[in-house]
Design a protein around this ligand. Structure first.
Ligand code: XBP
Ligand code: MG
Length: 252
């Protein structure tokens, strides 16, 4: 029988609610710095999340607003500059302590290590953002707790492409059947599923209205002793706290 060996986590929306009051604000600050009249309100940003990756998201928005300007040869260079500025704003925001991990995340990470499981990250966001978030929430040096951090442009195509998960599995030298993925979005679920991983979807603020009946489990969070999570395991209603012994039975 197969044994669970690693947990692979998405970051944005899964480890922390980073989008509305993190990435969105950082994009808007970068737009203002560059004198652009682009400002993404909460609803606009929610729609734009369908495009994964900050550079790709800005380009898609620009193409909607002004297709001719967005097609000019210097457009990718401006997007890259904007994105560097956005990343600097985001990292500063995270370092100020503005974002917290979702309930149950720190507990499950500790428990997984205590059970000898490997931890890994598979995310669309930029690696600086991941390290800043881990260090701000779990303490200095905490990025080293993760055996593999797959992030941003390390693969040519972003989620829903499975490439980032396949890259992480290769780094871990594990097969998909030895691992579980944690995601919060349709693009993320598709990426993990495409790599052959069973996936626990913990819906976030922006995906609370979406349904994931195909996921191994689809929950509203990981749960804590005083605040159990609710949702479905293999389509059947479930409530409780996500623990490593439970995941061992959910994995294989
Ligand atoms: C996260 C994203 C990212 C962030 C922005 O998706 O889509 O684009 O919003 O990050 P997932 P960058 O949670 O599925 O990984 O600006 O650094 O690209
Ligand atoms: Mg996500």
């Amino acid at each position: 029988m197969r044994k669970l060996q690693a947990l692979i986590f998405d970051v944005d929306g899964t480890l922390a609610e980073t989008e509305r009051d993190g990435h969105r604000l950082a994009f808007n600050q970068a737009f203002a710095d560059f004198g652009l009249d682009w400002q993404w309100d909460v609803a606009t940003y929610g729609a734009l999340l369908a495009v994964t990756g900050g550079k790709e998201r800005m380009l898609a928005y620009w193409q909607q607003r002004d297709p001719q300007a967005a097609a000019k040869p210097d457009a990718p260079a401006l997007i890259a500059q904007l994105h560097r500025r956005k990343t600097a704003h985001y990292v500063r925001l995270v370092e100020s302590g503005a974002l917290m991990l979702r309930p149950g995340v720190a507990r499950l990470l500790d428990e997984a290590e205590a059970h000898g499981l490997k931890l890994a990250i598979a995310t669309t966001t930029t690696v600086e953002n991941v390290v800043a978030l881990l260090e701000a929430t779990l303490g200095q040096g905490s990025a080293a707790r993760f055996a593999a951090i797959g992030a941003g442009d390390i693969v040519p195509r972003k989620k829903p492409d499975p490439g980032i998960y396949l890259w992480v599995l290769e780094q871990l030298r594990l097969e998909a059947g030895d691992c579980l993925a944690f995601e919060d979005s349709r693009a993320g679920w598709s990426a993990a599923d495409g790599a052959g991983l069973a996936t626990i979807v913990t819906s976030c603020a922006y995906t609370a209205d979406e349904s994931f009946p195909e996921a191994r489990a689809w929950l509203n969070g990981l749960g804590e002793p005083q605040a159990p999570a609710r949702g479905y395991y293999r389509g059947a209603p479930w409530s409780g706290m996500v623990t490593v012994p439970l995941l061992e039975t959910w994995c294989c």
